[in-house]
Design a protein around this ligand. Structure first.
Ligand code: ZN
Length: 309
């Protein structure tokens, strides 16, 4: 069993409108845009990152906004819901705030004794705010008070027809089975960052998900550094997984592999971080391009729609 994985690093989803996406995450949810760059594999599309002040691993929601992309269909074989943690006692205030912004899909429930506010993102993305005691310092954008601000990721739900092989994989990756409630089983990585839970939701009769705007593209797990990442890569390959070579994403190093239930997994390093090419005080302000795409700057700057007024 691996010991190198410390929880979530980031979650990356697809969107249909960069401007609307930016407004939702910065103004409504109050996260900080920590990087404005492009999809390194398709540089005519933005890659937008939202998180805490530094874009700490375990706080970073990222998007590829493909203009006018059609909506995905939710189902099995995907990350069905992404959850952020908020302070205990703030669910009602969040219900009010999200209603003020006319956020869709608003409801409340509880899972494993924790209150949740469920809501949709701009493209029908499924999110939750989960009340929990979480010591991480929040970013307080959009006029959200320190007392209620998002602390980072709480967990992600993997919706699967048959979770047994994914369960084995999570356990191999260092996650331990925690609790079961109905068809949901929670796995937690001991000694992880606060974004250390994965919920497996078994839906044997559900239709397969179709990826589109509002779908999670992949989910990334955090390792401290490149040495730990190579250990994880070797162990996964020895177990039979097809893992990509290490790819330099400028702000972290990434490896990818497909999990048995269909969800694309990434393992990303905590180094070097988002202050690699701009000061922490100005993260996310300028359009940053990786060196291999710098020669495209003039074209990209004229082509990419401004995301702020
Ligand atoms: Zn990623």
């Amino acid at each position: 069993m691996l010991k190198q994985i410390k929880g979530l690093h980031h979650v990356t989803s697809l969107a249909s409108d960069a401007r609307e996406n930016n407004a939702f995450f910065t103004n409504v949810l109050g996260l900080r845009r920590v990087k404005k760059t492009v999809n390194f594999d398709a540089p005519d599309v933005y890659h937008l990152y939202y998180g805490d002040e530094a874009g700490s691993p375990g706080t970073v929601m990222t998007y590829f906004p493909f203009p006018n992309a059609s909506r995905g269909r939710h189902g099995v074989g995907e990350v069905g819901r992404t959850s952020f943690s908020v302070p205990t006692g703030t669910a009602a205030a969040w219900m009010d705030r999200l209603a003020t912004f006319d956020v869709q899909g608003l409801s409340q429930d509880a899972r494993f004794g924790q209150k949740r506010v469920l809501f949709d993102g701009p493209d029908g993305d499924a999110f939750a705010l989960v009340e929990s005691d979480d010591e991480r310092a929040p970013w307080t954008g959009g006029g959200v008070s320190d007392a209620m601000a998002i602390r980072g990721f709480h967990s992600a739900d993997m919706r699967l027809r048959d979770g047994s092989v994914s369960q084995e994989l999570l356990q191999f990756m260092g996650y331990e089975k925690s609790e079961t409630e109905g068809n949901i089983t929670r796995f937690i990585v001991p000694g992880g960052n606060e974004a250390n839970a994965i919920d497996l939701e078994r839906l044997p009769d559900a239709q397969a998900a179709l990826q589109g705007a509002g779908s999670v593209h992949h989910i990334a797990f955090a390792v401290e550094n490149r040495a730990r990442q190579l250990e994880v890569r070797e162990a996964l390959i020895d177990t039979g997984y097809q893992v990509t070579p290490v790819i330099d994403r400028d702000y972290f190093y990434a490896i990818y592999f497909r999990s048995p239930g269909g969800v694309l997994f990434e393992v990303a390093t905590n180094e070097p971080g988002f202050d690699r090419d701009e000061d922490t005080a100005h993260l996310g302000e300028a359009l940053k391009l990786p060196s291999q795409h710098e020669h495209l700057r003039a074209r990209l700057e004229s082509m990419l729609e401004p995301i702020e007024d």
